[in-house]
Ligand binder design. Sequence first.
Ligand code: ADP
Ligand code: MG
Length: 228
Amino acid sequence: MDYIYKCSNITKSYRIANQAVTHVLKGLSLEIVRGEFLAIVGPSGVGKSTLLHIVGSLDTPENGELSYNFENIWTDIKSYSSEQLAEIRNKHIGFVFQFHHLLPEFTSIENIMIPAFIAGLPYKQALGKAKSLLHEVGIENKSDNKPMELSGGEQQRVAIARALINNPSIVLADEPTGNLDKDNSESVMELIRKLQKDYNLTFVVATHSNEIASRADRVVKMSDGLIA
Ligand SMILES: Nc1ncnc2c1ncn2[C@@H]1O[C@H](COP(=O)(O)OP(=O)(O)O)[C@@H](O)[C@H]1O
Ligand SMILES: [Mg+2]
């Protein structure tokens, strides 16, 4: 099997002052296949976001092994410095969150371009790519709107375009439709599915919705800190 990511025996717990320790991940292992649309499902509080943050190197586990194979070589995440991880995230990992996390003072097209600037792409190329992505996600007429001037569904479309601008090796989406009504949720999921197929993306979505999971190639269930 051509895997792009593997983790094994991951543990993570949270400690809050004067409260019992919450053990969220209890030795979890997961392998992600290159090009698959994987859904991670489970009820709220089970640890989906915690897991996705660890997969995306936004957070670190207490124990366990994690490695990526983005460029034909397996690399242990622990061997990277935080600066190197930031660069890997920018280049290889696209994130889509439940709340869009767009920068409020920038327009749609600017928000989409920012990761390309960070990666060092010249302005004209970044603009060209951002325009074509804006078209791809169906809101080319909203190029100059700021996030506040967009509907929830449009905001998520901008966030999806932003996640794709650096041609990531993997896209991680945490409840990407969790903040949308039913119709918008369906159309955003259809868009995600189409982009995943068109670009042959590795796409991982965390969701509590079985209906969203039903669109995935493969579904894994989280339960009691493990993949069930
Ligand atoms: N930063 C944090 N500090 C303390 N507890 C946390 C933190 N983040 C998550 N948790 C707890 O960890 C558990 C799993 O949370 P989360 O990963 O967000 O689950 P899910 O995404 O499946 O809803 C929950 O009990 C939550 O309260
Ligand atoms: Mg969550």
